[in-house]
Design a binder for this molecule. Structure first.
Ligand code: UDX
Length: 442
């Protein structure tokens, strides 16, 4: 059993801390946010993540997990201190290290014996050295620095943390490596041992590579539309080549979330700072931006104009299984629709509150999918929620003013949509037109 303090109770900190507790360690999760800690102490989760609440409650009850705002005390009682604070994107696209610096300073001020300081936050290459320097300014007590990046996906965070495909442990200290490797034994047998700098870069390389796969297939999808090809078949066929792999080849409205957009932009900066022009990643980001706007163009082409039209936007979260709307396609697309004169009825099963906070007045919200669709001129699918996949299409046709669906997640069969009489525009697949739509619309 190890004594672990986790600074930062966001996605990464809360999930990792809980999983370390579940594997038998004594964990204290801390945060400067009073409200969050009070909420967590009462067993209320600040985020929506399947399975998290049960696991937090269980480990709190069994006295392996606690929450506090007293960060100095948590540090002084721990053998291992995890830094899992946010690294938001600065206006320049770089990662903002304000919270990391703050955490490092607090650690330095409260070091009362040898400890291992581990970064879980996604931080630019060189941050390990920076943390080390900040701590050293405060104390002469020895410590070791480890970079142990996190690869968990939102919506599957517990599953990913309990069964990691690999753990990356970057450190110059063999003692620290052994201890952190032991901590990961219950979760994985595959450990990549490396330096701090390499570990820091691995996280960015992983996310940038996955983002590249998505933008690549979206570009292929756009070509498919021009040459009457079907991107889902292209994905299936190239994905069967084990050198390529079938995952992250779903064409759609583009990637969102708290990691891919932020980490690709940050990697571009890291490259620039290192004197390298990373053209490929720049193109990946550009493709992702234009991909979102293509959804607006498709709606416009289906309806003739968006002015005065009511659009049901199905899905606000950046992907299913989460209430996270950070960098979600919906957040970019809805203001565009409104700017072009459309009224938006926004549906999401869990992300309405988060979306409201960011979009405010721009649309009407509902968590009833049929209520969202009733009387609208078109549906725009942006998140592949099960509720959207299972929708009764005949009912949709019956209650909407016009049978138009622009599908940014390729959820339905082309032939079925043709037979039902929809105008159905998806991504990288043949368009289905109900010829009466535009003439009626204009
Ligand atoms: C991602 C990484 O997967 C994870 O390893 C890292 O730690 C954090 O970033 P997450 O942001 O939770 O996780 O979402 P993920 O499931 O990877 O999806 C990211 C985005 O890509 C979503 O918007 C999703 O809709 C989109 N996507 C994914 C596609 O458009 N096509 C695909 O084939 C796969």
């Amino acid at each position: 059993m190890k004594k672990i303090a986790v600074i930062g109770t966001g996605y990464v900190g809360l999930v990792s801390g809980t999983c370390f507790a579940e594997s038998g360690n004594n964990v204290i999760c801390c945060d400067v946010d009073d409200n969050k800690i009070t909420q967590l102490s009462k067993g209320e989760m600040p985020i929506y993540e399947p399975g998290l609440e049960e696991l937090v409650m269980k480990n709190t009850r069994e006295n392996r997990l606690a929450f506090t705002t007293n960060i100095p005390q948590a540090i002084s009682q721990a053998d291992i201190v995890y830094i899992a604070v946010g690294t938001p994107m600065a206006v320049t696209g770089e990662a903002d290290l304000m919270y990391v610096r703050q955490a490092a300073k607090t650690i330095g001020q409260n070091l009362n014996g040898y400890k291992i300081i581990v970064t879980k936050s996604t931080v630019p290459v060189g941050t390990g050295k920076l943390i080390s320097a900040i701590i050293r300014e405060q104390t002469k007590i020895p410590f070791d620095i480890v970079s142990n990046p996190e690869f968990l996906r939102e919506g599957r965070a517990i599953e990913d943390s309990m069964n990691m495909e690999r753990a990356v442990i970057g450190t110059a200290s063999s003692k620290a490596f052994e201890l952190i490797a032991e901590l990961h034994k219950p979760f994985t047998s595959k450990i990549v041992k490396t330096t701090v700098e390499t570990a820091e870069l691995i996280k960015y390389a992983a996310n940038a590579f996955l983002s590249t796969k998505i933008s690549f297939i979206n570009d292929i999808a756009n070509i498919c539309e021009r040459v009457d090809a079907d991107v889902t078949k292209v994905s299936e066929a190239i994905g069967l080549d084990s050198r390529i792999g079938g995952q992250f080849l779903q064409a759609g409205a583009g990637f969102g979330g708290s990691c891919f957009p932020k980490d690709t932009a940050a990697l571009l900066h890291i490259a620039k700072d290192a004197g390298y022009d990373f053209k490929l990643i720049q193109a990946v980001m550009e493709t992702n931006e234009t991909q979102r706007l293509l959804m607006v163009e498709k709606l416009t082409s289906a309806l003739g104009t968006l002015k005065g039209k009511t659009i049901a936007v199905l899905g606000l979260a950046f992907k299913p299984g989460t209430d996270d709307v950070r960098s979600s396609p919906a957040l970019d697309i809805i203001p565009q629709l409104v700017d072009r004169g459309a009224n938006v009825m926004a549906y999401d099963p869990v992300a309405i509150e988060e979306a409201k906070r960011r979009l405010g007045y721009k649309c009407t919200y509902t968590d009833d999918i049929y209520q969202a669709i009733e009387g609208t001129n078109a549906c725009l699918i942006l998140t592949d929620w099960e509720e959207v996949k299972q929708i009764d299409l005949a009912k949709v046709k019956g209650i909407s003013r016009q049978p138009v669906i622009v599908d940014g997640r390729n959820l339905f069969e082309i032939e079925a949509m043709r037979q039902l009489g929809f105008t159905y525009l998806s991504v990288g697949r043949p368009a289905v037109h109900n010829k009466s739509i535009i003439s009626k619309a204009i």
